[in-house]
Design a binder for this molecule. Structure first.
Ligand SMILES: Cc1ncc(COP(=O)(O)O)c(C=O)c1O
Length: 470
């Protein structure tokens, strides 16, 4: 069989589901204890079996596991494979670079691929964002941004949003407020000067507002709350130097803020001289139908954090800022005060250059916008058909989610349905993941080139799953 990324799923071994004969305790004793023990624990908690799928190879939208099962990956492997798995131009760049130079001396004697990548980033990011600090994970880009803001303003504090996900290393975790249990064991070690405020979610409005409020009212309420915090004594507003936000919340559940909210945030940051950080680690590089999500609202941050899709599968990230803000680090005294051994790794940078070139040359952001509209319409048809189960279609471009509810009146999150659908789709050969603070959103962040036939197959499986859920 040709393995070119356009295959329909092919399941050759039984993919265990809740009715599986394989018991979770057997799984915990099997060959991959670290993975399976975690899955087994989760299975016990949710009642849904989650056998690990051990990947052997992946191409385009397809993944093949060690048993020969072929899946269609609608997760983009955590939104990394925007251009698909193993895109030929990225593979070629990696091969060429690995023959030439695999490791250099990042900040001291960089490889030329690092310089090329930084130049390309300056070209594709919104106008005044020109100066990059590279990193190896989303979290490290967020930490670079937060440190830059502290150096620039001399203030240790920041405002972040409930439901936001910025990574799990200590600095990033201070801003992350996706789930309490991620933070609880480390609370005493986190930056206590980071304060969280509600994200303007119009489906579950904050501050006990009525469900019928307009998006403008939600936006206004959150922005007013922030202004009050910054002027009032309660949070020592004078210690706050930055605001960090995902322009569309990703793991929080594909939540798009009301139109004008980001512009309002920009205005507040200008008024209070705060550094505005957009975390576009999830939304960046074409995912939402523009190169970066902030372009949609024409709001430019002071620092933009990117990662995930940036390296085409290689761990790579960047915090890209305005010259004036990044210059706050001052001239090097010979020893970098913020660096790491593998920073600017030539292999990753060459792959990153190939990602940017391919996105631009093949016009992917505009193609994603068109495709995203088609898929959204299909999801909205489903939402109308199952109004008691699907509360809202969320997201933009090819970062979409189905908000699953227990019933229309309460809008209570239906985590069980989302887990059951994930399981059902997996057994039909489609990989999807849950998102949202309760795991109640069925999230789609597929490779951009999923075919019509693959999408049709997924919708058939999804419909069946929802119908079967009773
Ligand atoms: C918006 C956002 N920021 C930061 C991160 C953290 O990235 P990493 O897991 O590469 O550290 C993620 C990861 O999902 C993310 O979605």
């Amino acid at each position: 069989m040709k393995f070119d990324g356009k295959q329909m799923p092919k399941i050759v071994t039984a993919i265990p589901g809740p009715e599986s004969e394989r018991r979770v305790d057997d799984l915990a004793r099997s060959e991959c204890p670290a993975i399976t023990a975690r899955r087994a624990r989760r299975s016990r908690e949710t009642g849904v079996s989650q056998d690990p799928i051990v990947w052997r190879r992946a191409k385009g939208a397809n993944v093949e596991d060690v048993d020969g099962n072929v899946f269609v990956d609608l997760t983009g492997a955590f939104a990394v494979a925007g251009l698909g798995h193993g895109h030929p131009k990225i593979v070629e760049a990696a091969q060429r670079q690995s023959e030439q130079l695999i490791h250099a001396m990042g900040d001291v004697y960089p490889g030329e691929a690092k310089i090329e990548l930084i130049q390309r980033l300056a070209k594709v990011t919104p106008e005044p964002l020109t100066h990059s600090i590279l990193g190896l994970s989303g979290a490290s880009a967020v930490e670079a941004a937060l440190k830059t803001a502290a150096v620039h303003t001399g203030k240790p504090g920041a405002i972040a949003f409930w439901g936001g996900y910025h990574g799990l290393s200590y600095g990033a975790l201070s801003a992350t407020a996706y789930r309490e249990n991620f933070r609880r064991p480390f609370l005493s070690q986190l930056n206590g000067a980071v304060h969280h405020i509600p994200f303007p979610d119009t489906f579950r409005p904050p501050f006990g507002m009525s469900r019928d409020v307009s998006p403008d009212e939600v936006s206004h309420a959150v922005l007013s709350h922030l202004r009050q915090m910054l002027t009032g004594p309660a949070t020592a507003g004078e210690g706050i130097g930055a605001v960090i936000i995902e322009p569309i919340q990703g793991r929080g559940g594909e939540i798009v803020p009301p139109p004008g909210f980001l512009a309002g945030l920009r205005e507040i940051c200008d008024d209070f001289e705060l550094v505005l950080i957009f975390d576009e680690i999830y939304t960046g590089f074409g995912r939402t139908g523009t190169m970066f999500a902030c372009e949609y609202e024409e709001v430019t941050p002071d620092i933009l954090c990117v990662g995930k899709a940036m390296g085409g599968g290689f761990p790579l990230s960047a915090a890209i800022g305005r010259e004036e803000v990044m210059a706050s680090w001052g001239l090097s005294s010979g020893e970098a005060v913020h660096t790491s051994t593998f920073l600017g790794n030539p292999l990753g940078c060459a792959m990153g250059c190939a990602v940017i070139d391919t996105l631009v040359e093949e016009d992917w952001p505009a193609r994603v916008a068109r495709r995203g509209e088609q898929i959204r319409k299909r999801l909205e048809v489903l939402a109308r058909r199952f109004p008691e189960k699907i509360g809202r279609v969320r997201g933009r471009g090819l970062m979409l989610g189905l908000e699953l509810i227990n019933d229309r009146k309460s809008r209570d999150p239906n985590t069980q349905l989302s887990m059951a659908l994930m399981d059902h789709c997996r057994r039909r050969g489609y990989l999807v993941l849950p998102s949202g603070r309760h795991g109640q959103v069925l999230a789609l962040s597929p490779p951009f080139m999923v075919t019509d036939e693959q999408w049709e197959g997924f919708f058939t499986a999804l419909e069946e799953g929802i119908e079967g859920a009773g």
